[in-house]
Design a binder for this molecule. Structure first.
Ligand SMILES: NC(=O)c1ccc[n+]([C@@H]2O[C@H](COP(=O)([O-])OP(=O)(O)OC[C@H]3O[C@@H](n4cnc5c(N)ncnc54)[C@H](O)[C@@H]3O)[C@@H](O)[C@H]2O)c1
Length: 369
């Protein structure tokens, strides 16, 4: 098989889909690997390191898309990449289709088979390709939130951890999965007063034991969320309903109730955002103020630490890339239900019910499940 990767085009995105180590594994197994010139540079992988691994450096992205049976990326293709999508070349990347109608329509029209990292799901419900990035994003959300409370900037000028004689700030995390737990680790270490909320009571029980009183837990009914966020200094939103738009857990009134200079980090923005006031921002222009509250809504947070994130992501993706390359796409999908669950478009049909529902499009059953 010919597998390849291209430079990421999204603002502030410096991760790369295949490392030289991954390229070596694939070329050693007899596959060809094509890499767009400079694709790995921002993550610390020069072209020569790919050449040494047996990969072929291709001058531009078009050459990779045209020459490959499988393109392994990090983030969803942006508009300038849409023309490259075609039936004979499968796409394996973060897709977040429920937040991107234009890309969904283009994938259908092009008949490009697409597989979404965030939907690879093991039978026990774990998300092996999303989890490493959620760990990075959760930790960074806490760091960014603490930083945005400081001056200069519109934050309320508070040290989240407090000091002797001055109480710490109050942080509310909504979502008790990987993002929420990683954020709770950092915020509790900083000394903030942290409450983590979700509707998953067994998970809250586990976290209560894990943090041993350093973090409070609370079931997230709308009333309870309103109660917790009123006057809070920081809210981190890490909710997920796999493959569907993020549930809106913070209404505009709840955002207003946090008060001027509070901060929201909406990690769920890649699925459309979990606050009514959230809208996409970028690493170049990461914040805006609405209802007096600072919003940070960057959809590729781990892109800011490309070395760590690329290593973590590609360690998780490589076994699936190898399976597709060694077995062929259809056999790999038939043999591994975790991978089959990631299938989003196939032969010009949408096989993801929640995405179809979000856009009022027809859906077909996933032929591999
Ligand atoms: N912005 C970024 O750069 C970035 C990076 C990584 C992950 N993410 C996103 O962060 C989100 C969370 O990811 P994760 O890996 O932590 O997911 P996860 O599945 O581990 O956790 C999701 C949590 O949301 C909770 N939840 C779902 N619906 C809820 C509701 N209505 N009210 C309260 N809680 C609810 C679940 O109980 C669970 O605790 C996802 O949308 C993911 O794509 C974004």
């Amino acid at each position: 098989m010919r597998a390849g990767t291209v430079r990421e085009r999204i603002d502030g995105e410096s991760r790369v889909g295949i490392t030289p180590e991954g390229a070596f594994v694939l070329t050693t197994a007899g596959h060809e690997v094509l890499v767009e010139a400079g694709a790995g540079e921002p993550a610390g992988y020069p072209d020569d390191s790919y050449r040494a691994a047996g990969a072929r450096i291709v001058a531009d992205a078009a050459g990779v898309w045209e020459g490959c049976d499988l393109v392994v990326k990090v983030k969803e293709p942006v508009a300038s990449e849409h023309p490259f999508l075609r039936p004979g070349c499968a796409l394996f990347t973060f897709l977040h289709l429920a937040a991107d109608r234009a890309l969904t329509e283009r994938l259908l029209e092009s008949r490009c088979p697409s597989l979404a990292y965030e939907l690879v799901r093991r039978p026990d419900g774990t998300l092996p390709l999303l989890a490493p990035m959620s760990q990075v994003a959760g930790r960074m959300a806490a760091e960014v939130g603490a930083q945005l409370l400081k001056h200069p900037g519109p934050g309320r000028g508070k040290l989240l951890g407090g000091i002797a004689g001055v109480p710490p700030g109050r942080a509310v995390i909504i979502g008790s999965g990987t993002v929420g737990t990683a954020a709770a680790h950092v915020l509790s270490a900083l000394g903030a007063r942290v409450t983590i909320m979700s509707r998953d009571l067994p998970r809250l029980g586990y976290l209560q034991e894990l943090f041993g009183g350093l973090v409070a837990t609370r079931v997230s009914t709308p009333d309870a969320v309103a109660d917790e966020v009123a006057g809070a200094d920081l809210a981190i939103l890490g909710v997920l309903v796999p493959g569907a738009p993020a549930p809106k857990v913070l209404s505009r009134a709840m955002v207003r109730s946090m008060g001027p200079g509070a901060v929201i980090v909406d990690v769920s923005i890649d699925q459309g955002g979990a606050a009514e006031t959230s809208r996409h921002t970028t690493h170049s222009n990461p914040i805006y103020v609405e209802e007096g509250v600072v919003h940070y809504c960057v959809s590729n947070i781990p892109g800011a630490v490309p070395r760590t994130s690329t290593q973590a992501l590609t360690s998780a993706t490589l076994p699936y890339v190898e399976a597709i390359a060694n077995r062929g796409l259809e056999a790999a999908l038939r043999e591994d239900s975790a991978l089959a669950r990631s299938l989003s478009t196939w032969n010009g049909t949408l096989v993801r019910g929640p995405v179809a529902e979000a856009f009022g499009l027809p859906a077909a059953p996933n032929p591999f499940l």
